[in-house]
Design a protein around this ligand. Structure first.
Ligand SMILES: Nc1nc2c(ncn2[C@@H]2O[C@H](COP(=O)(O)OP(=O)(O)OP(=O)(O)O)[C@@H](O)[C@H]2O)c(=O)[nH]1
Ligand SMILES: [Mg+2]
Length: 365
């Protein structure tokens, strides 16, 4: 490709425990290896508690922090242990970014596998730091992995979609819904519910437990009915693909969606990021300007209060020595004390003899 500053796309896999994140990472890893020419991704495992990963990660959080030691040392349970391990790892994330950026020219994809408990990554400071740091230096997309066979009940489907929605609004990154395990359960029901909220409402009505003893819709039913209208707006912003990490079905479609998401990152996320950066700089500038003008005002007030000092404190042109004086207008911190004492910083410009200019120093060659 003639793209002079080629950058890999970062794929962050997020999903409920057991949705198949690690199997999915393994599948896209082997898919990319089998391309012609092979395009091995750069893979990061961020799950400190996993005992076995079905792929060979380039960077593994387990090499940096020992999850069991963390639990022991800080007296934590499993979730606190994972979170603390992730926090410790995040303190070194600048080094991780450096390593990733070193490979930016030669790698097409960087893939992140996240801890099993979704909220540890999505609602922690370190998850946010990692996501923001990586997304501000490379095109990044979120692959939200869904356990399709376990999401066929309308209520489960809705809560999973609400969770996805919250992550989308939090990260603001291009988002791909990955309906996994389609070998067990095809995902067409999900697509239908997403495209047509009336179909979802019909499924909801047909599901038992949505009416009370008198045949009236329950509170839960009415709530979900209304929320399906809200989610309708959310669905418009996403792409959904069905895959089987087991068989490899749908993986090519997933990568097509990643390419589209990359374009979206460049068109929408990046300008927004730059706008936010500029706003932050402007705000800093404004603070600086404000302190400066307050200082100047104080100075003016001072001068107004002490007119006789001001009268003496004026530039006197008769004191100008000669025309060369302007050339010496360097800002130097000069120590004016007469006597030097041991350990004093010496301003070498004061030691320079003024008649140096006339001397012709020997030059090499
Ligand atoms: N049938 C089928 N099973 C799958 C598929 N993908 C994953 N699995 C199975 O789902 C289970 C969980 O898969 P993992 O890849 O460990 O899921 P995970 O989201 O990484 O799990 P945690 O990190 O523990 O939260 C495993 O038993 C996988 O074999 C798939 O496409 N089809
Ligand atoms: Mg996993």
């Amino acid at each position: 490709m003639a793209d002079e500053k080629k950058k890999p796309v970062v794929i962050i896999t997020i999903g409920m425990a057991g949705a198949g994140k690690s199997t999915f990472v393994q599948r896209i890893n082997s898919y990319l290896h089998s391309q012609d020419p092979p395009s091995p991704p750069y893979v990061l495992n961020l799950d400190p508690a996993v005992t076995h990963v079905p792929y060979e990660p380039n960077i593994d959080i387990r090499d940096t922090v020992n999850y069991h030691e963390v639990m022991k040392e800080y007296n934590l349970g499993p979730n606190g242990g994972i979170l603390t391990a992730l926090n410790l790892f995040t303190t070194k994330f600048d080094q991780v970014l450096e390593l990733v950026e070193k490979r930016a020219e030669t790698v097409d994809y960087v893939v992140l596998d996240t801890p099993g408990q979704i909220e540890i990554f999505t609602w922690s400071a370190s998850g946010a730091i990692i996501t923001d740091a990586i997304a501000s230096s490379l095109p990044t997309v979120v692959a939200y992995i869904i356990d399709t066979p376990r999401t066929t009940a309308p209520a489960t489907f809705m809560s999973n979609m609400l969770y996805a929605c919250s992550i989308l609004y939090k990260t603001k990154l291009p988002f791909i819904l990955v309906f996994n395990k389609t070998d067990v359960q095809p995902h067409n029901f999900a697509l239908e519910w997403m495209q047509d909220f009336e179909a979802f409402q019909a499924a909801l009505a047909a599901h038992k437990g949505t009416t009370d003893d008198e045949g009236e819709p329950t509170y839960m039913h009415s709530l979900m009915n209304s929320m399906s209208l809200v989610l309708d707006e959310f669905y418009r912003h996403l792409t959904a693909v069905g895959v089987s990490s087991m068989t490899g079905a749908g993986i090519k479609e997933f990568f097509d969606a990643v390419q589209a998401a990359r374009a979206e990152y460049e068109k929408e996320y990046l300008p927004e990021l730059e706008r936010a950066r500029k706003a932050r700089e402007d705000q800093l500038d404004a603070v600086k300007q404000d302190s400066m003008s307050r200082m100047m005002k104080d100075l003016e007030l001072d001068r107004a209060r002490n007119p006789e000092i001001v009268a003496r404190d004026r530039w006197d042109p008769s004191q100008e020595e000669d025309d060369d004086a302007d050339d010496e207008l360097d800002v130097n911190i000069i120590d004016r004390s007469e006597e030097r004492w041991p350990g004093q910083y010496i301003d070498v410009t004061q030691m320079r003899r003024r008649d140096d200019q006339g001397v012709s120093w020997p030059r090499p060659g």
